[in-house]
Design a protein around this ligand. Structure first.
Ligand code: F3S
Length: 430
């Protein structure tokens, strides 16, 4: 497949804007060809990882660790052995999750070496103009795309949110394609950028009154298992769900099945009617979600775990201010069990507000921490000796056993906080 490039794109490819942008354009063209894209599309909204300091990535750096950040970014973000002089980014670019909380890295047991890499990454971001929101939820802290906007975002839970809830257009990109997109302001025009690819495939009749965040997570997990990478269209919901519930729903469906887009009839912007959601086509399959499916999804996570909980992880995806407020209310005047830690993760911009409102202090008085920039599963930070965890997030419950080897309970936020106070899991599916 050949790609049609504009004169400007050809000129960048030929080196008119320097070696790094030429390399980035070449990377996008090769990537686009492999995907079958016929052209690139302009983007001015990129969210990616500057990945040199993240676990699993820093290990591939040479042992002397003396590489400058241009070399690290060239190697890990642009797949170039040659050090490219990285110019300022062209597209508005936000950085996703980091390896550590900048203030609580000692509690997180992060090494000095990693801390230095994070500092270097931060200096690099300042130099090239990458916003350091350091969160998997940029849409909670100021980067809210508009309907129809072409984006190049990397975090799956964020992509499914902006595609579905906002009607922006992004595929789940990688560290390389987002870095290249940041430098040239382009991304291959394929997948969810194309209107015809955004129609629903599976009809889902929701027969259980899905209401709290746990139910939304279980519904998402079930759907991901059933539809894989297709587009579910949900009917039978009552009322407009809070953004936090859709955040958990999408994250859950993206982790169990790779869902990047869904429609809620009468709620999400590309689904005013069933006909509009399916683009006039018939669903390939009709599924139902009732009490039985809900129970099956719940039992998948909650069977045969040790009831003694070492670590409660909240804030996956990163918590909103309302979620922090809820946990502060639950912990007011309480103390955590001496055998259990509770770490809650939120974007650093929201922690500033949580500090101002006194929520951070309330968590700390109880023995818990409100952390930023990082998360247990991806930053691989957790309290020493953890064997059994509990969380209110299906996505985190999916990843903690796989990545960190923890037995993991899943429940409501209230049940998780209760487990942190008593040290034992007592949650059930009411
Ligand atoms: Fe965010 Fe980590 Fe969950 S990056 S979506 S808190 S696994």
């Amino acid at each position: 497949m050949t790609m049609i490039l504009t004169d400007d794109e050809q000129a960048i490819l030929a080196g008119k804007e320097g070696e790094a942008r030429a390399h980035a354009m070449d990377l996008l063209v090769r990537y686009g060809k492999a995907l079958g894209a016929e052209r690139l599309v302009d983007t001015n909204n990129v969210c990616g990882g500057v990945v040199g300091s993240l676990p699993g990535r820093r290990d591939v750096l040479p042992p002397d660790k003396k590489m400058d950040m241009d070399a690290v970014f060239s190697l890990l973000n642009l797949d170039s052995d040659k050090t490219l002089k990285i110019p300022p980014v062209k597209a508005n670019t936000y950085k996703l999750i980091e390896a550590m909380d900048p203030d609580l890295y000692k509690v997180q047991r992060v090494s000095e070496e990693t801390r230095r890499l994070v500092e270097n990454t931060s200096e690099f971001c300042k130099r090239v103009g990458i916003q350091q929101s350091n969160t998997c939820t940029p849409y909670q802290v100021g980067n809210v795309p508009v309907f129809g906007e072409h984006c190049a975002w990397m975090e799956s839970s964020a992509v499914v949110y902006i595609n579905s809830v906002i009607g922006a257009r992004s595929n789940v990109e990688g560290a390389h394609s987002t870095a290249a997109a940041a430098l040239v302001g382009k991304i291959p025009y394929w997948g969810y950028h194309i209107p015809e690819n955004r129609f629903g495939t599976h009809l889902v009749e929701v027969e259980y009154p899905v209401d709290d965040m746990l139910d939304w997570g279980l519904l998402g997990y079930y759907l991901g298992e059933m539809v894989h990478e297709n587009i579910p269209v949900l009917t039978g919901l009552s009322g407009v769900p809070h953004a936090d519930k859709l955040k958990h729903f999408g994250a859950s469906a993206a982790s169990s099945g790779g869902v990047e887009m869904y429609h809620l009839i009468g709620i999400t912007p590309e689904a005013p009617t069933l006909e509009a959601a399916f683009g006039g086509s018939k669903p390939v399959e009709t599924l139902r979600f009732g009490a039985g499916e809900r129970k099956t999804a719940y039992e998948y996570f909650n069977t045969g775990r040790d009831p003694n909980v070492d670590f409660v992880m909240l804030g996956c995806p990163h918590a909103s201010l309302e979620q922090v407020q809820l946990v502060a209310g639950l912990l007011e005047g309480k103390k955590l069990s001496e055998n259990t830690d509770l770490w809650m993760f939120t974007p650093r911009a929201l922690k500033t507000e949580a500090d101002r409102m006194g929520y951070t202090k309330t968590l700390e008085m109880a023995g818990a921490y409100l952390m930023t920039d990082s998360c247990a599963a991806l930053s691989k930070v957790f309290p020493e000796g953890t064997k059994v965890a509990a969380t209110d997030s299906c996505k985190q419950a999916h990843y903690l056993p796989a990545i960190l080897g923890f037995e993991t309970w899943l429940g409501t936020t209230e049940q998780c906080v209760q487990a942190a106070i008593s040290g034992r899991w007592q949650g059930d599916l009411s």
